[in-house]
Design a protein around this ligand. Structure first.
Ligand code: HAS
Ligand code: CU
Length: 562
């Protein structure tokens, strides 16, 4: 047809593929991205409905109340939307880096995709049927239907198979190019999936050995502290699994869009390496207020938490450097002259940039959370909900939105038009306003003691907590604006996938600045880094987990609270 003919001509002319991504690779990536958008729609709708139910604007319908909606909201957005979008994006990065995939890894990619879909269907079915109102953390001793856990396992196995496909491609490239650094985007993508695979070992352990047997009735008690510890061993690196793909875009795509270069290849690789090393031994910062873990081990993991902030600070530094150098190339002067030179009218830049702005207070909030004394004030309040809506819900989500505006047309052989770019700008603005309303209200009312994950309660009318009511109104308003933003986004994506004019969208990848130093080859020493990663995990977890098992209370029966 016309488009492939045009592509062919283009390829002939330049002697290279029109885009490094072949048609088959694009199909695989688009399958992931398009289903991630379905999850975004369902998850966003459930988010809006749970706010309205909690605020008392609407009643629960057909037995689907606050906890069912909140569970679906969390799972659909935090797990399904993110993971599918990320795998689609990483397959695109690998296609761009390595060219066409071999038949075998591409097949694996499809097997992984379909297993993920099967897992999602089982999990969603159970949640909507009211069999698994356990929220996205499915904490013990809450007990869901076995099919819920089986769905989760199938989903995770799917991701492992897709990750295997990626490892295979990376290894093939390294074998064929000895002594060379694989492209930066490929290195970062592999680091991201490696982080995911190591992290999911923990959650797989608690599901397979604790929660599923409990749910099937094979055991009648569950060790709560151990289960939560295995969950957070996964749960913290999970947040970096969301963040790192956004960072790949910040490091490698944004410089191109602002007309600059990647500040430093070595710095970028090193920050990702540090994420691998320090993402795992920090899960206790989610359990600071739980008994059964000694203060010493909490302290150790808090120190390590402060270490894992460093690669984010490196990223901030690198972004400022990129912006300033690009600005100066375009004639900016002075310390802040670059601010006037950025392409704010390009959604591919604006959305991720607003995400970066959100990430400044979001990161500061994380540092507050990690400080034990302050955690006592904020733990289990809406403050934490505010924190993760400006991390994953703003910094990461906005980056993914901005990315989708070039990725979706690229995968579909179409181009981003002026009008759709303008819709993108409006959509970014609505997301920003909605999120400002919602997350500010969450942070403040959290400080006033407003608990998270608590259904509509009669005590709201109590004069003691009447202060919270205006904040709930602000959250409902913010949530509504956010949902409108999602609808705008999905409209634009539909147009970009099926209606926009055909053509070749550029895959924006920046070049690197003239390097002050060469990237050291030991960054490629995977055996060493995986060893150090597991050594740090063993250091931070062996003794406290041993204490948990040795001093374990008899265990708790599973509970179904709904
Ligand atoms: Fe967090 C709870 C600590 C980062 C997500 N976090 C959560 C939960 C989620 C989450 C989902 O220590 C709730 C889990 C649950 O359901 O219970 N978090 C941290 C720390 C960081 C952090 C120390 N979190 C994230 C990221 C997330 C995320 C990233 C998702 C993507 N978090 C915690 C703690 C808790 C917690 C406790 C438990 C709370 C409790 O009690 O339950 C750090 O990684 C943050 C480092 C980030 C920075 C910011 C760097 C800034 C950059 C932007 C530069 C801007 C530019 C633009 C260049 C230091 C890179 C400039 C332009 C101009 C014009 C100025
Ligand atoms: Cu964490």
């Amino acid at each position: 047809n016309a488009i492939s003919k045009k592509l062919k001509e283009f390829e002939m002319e330049r002697g290279i593929p029109a885009t490094e991504l072949g048609v088959k690779e694009a199909k695989l990536a688009f399958a992931h991205v398009s289903f991630s958008l379905v999850a975004l729609l369902i998850g966003g709708l459930c988010g809006l409905l749970q706010t309205l139910v909690r605020t008392g604007v609407i009643p629960e319908i057909a037995g689907i109340g606050y906890y069912e909606l909140l569970t679906a909201h969390g799972l659909m957005l935090a797990i399904v939307f993110t993971t599918l979008f990320i795998f689609g994006l990483l397959f695109s990065f690998l296609g761009q880096s390595f060219g066409r995939f071999e038949e075998f890894p591409r097949r694996l990619g499809w097997v992984g995709f379909w297993l993920m879909m099967l897992g999602v269907v089982l999990v969603t079915w159970m949640v909507l049927a009211g069999e698994a109102s356990v929220l996205y953390t499915f904490y013990a001793p809450l007990k869901a239907h076995p099919v819920f856990y089986i769905g989760l396992v199938i989903f995770v196995v799917g991701t492992w198979i897709s990750s295997g496909a990626m490892f295979r491609m990376y290894a093939d490239y390294k074998r064929e190019h000895p002594g060379v650094h694989p492209p930066l985007q490929a290195y970062m993508s592999i680091m991201t999936v490696l982080l995911w695979v190591v992290a999911t070992l923990g959650v797989a352990a608690t599901i397979l050995f604790q929660l599923l047997p409990l749910s099937l009735g094979w055991t009648d008690k569950v060790g709560i502290e151990l289960s939560r510890t295995l969950f957070w061993y996964f749960g913290h690196p999970l947040v970096y699994f969301w963040l790192l793909p956004a960072y790949i875009v910040w490091y490698t795509v944004i410089p191109k869009i602002v007309g600059g270069k990647i500040f430093s290849d070595a710095l970028a690789r090193m920050s990702f390496l540090l994420f691998l090393l320090f993402s795992f031994p920090v899960g206790f910062h989610h359990q600071l207020l739980e008994p059964g873990i000694s203060a010493f081990w909490k302290y150790i993991q808090v120190v390590l938490t402060f270490l894992v902030i460093i690669p984010s600070l490196m990223t901030a530094f690198s972004m400022f450097a990129t912006f300033e150098l690009a600005g100066r190339r375009n004639g900016a002067t002075g310390l802040f002259g670059w601010i006037k030179k950025m392409p704010y009218r390009d959604v591919r830049f604006l959305a991720p940039f607003v995400g970066m702005l959100f990430f400044i207070p979001a990161g500061a909030g994380g540092v507050i959370n990690a400080s034990h004394q302050l955690n006592i004030v904020v733990h289990n309040t809406l403050w934490v909900t505010g924190h993760f809506h400006i991390t994953v819900g703003a910094a990461v989500a906005l980056t993914f939105f901005g990315t989708a505006y070039w990725l979706v047309p690229l995968l579909r052989g179409r181009t981003l038009t002026k009008q759709l770019n303008r819709i993108g700008l409006i959509q970014t603005a609505t997301w920003t306003i909605g999120m400002l309303f919602m997350s500010t209200a969450m942070h403040i009312s959290g400080l006033l003691g407003n608990p998270r994950r608590t259904g509509p309660a009669a005590y709201f009318k109590d004069s003691l907590v009447a202060d919270w009511i205006p904040y709930h109104a602000a959250m409902a308003i913010g949530g509504t604006i956010l949902f409108i933003s999602i609808l705008l986004f999905l409209f634009a994506m539909f147009q970009l996938a099926f209606r926009a004019p055909k053509g070749i969208e550029e895959f924006p990848v920046a070049e690197t600045e003239e390097a002050a130093m060469q990237t050291p080859l030991f960054f490629e020493n995977w055996k060493l880094w995986i060893f150090v990663t597991f050594a740090l995990i063993a250091f931070a977890y062996t003794v406290p987990i041993w204490h948990m098992i040795e001093n374990a209370p008899p265990g708790a029966p599973g509970w179904k609270l709904w």
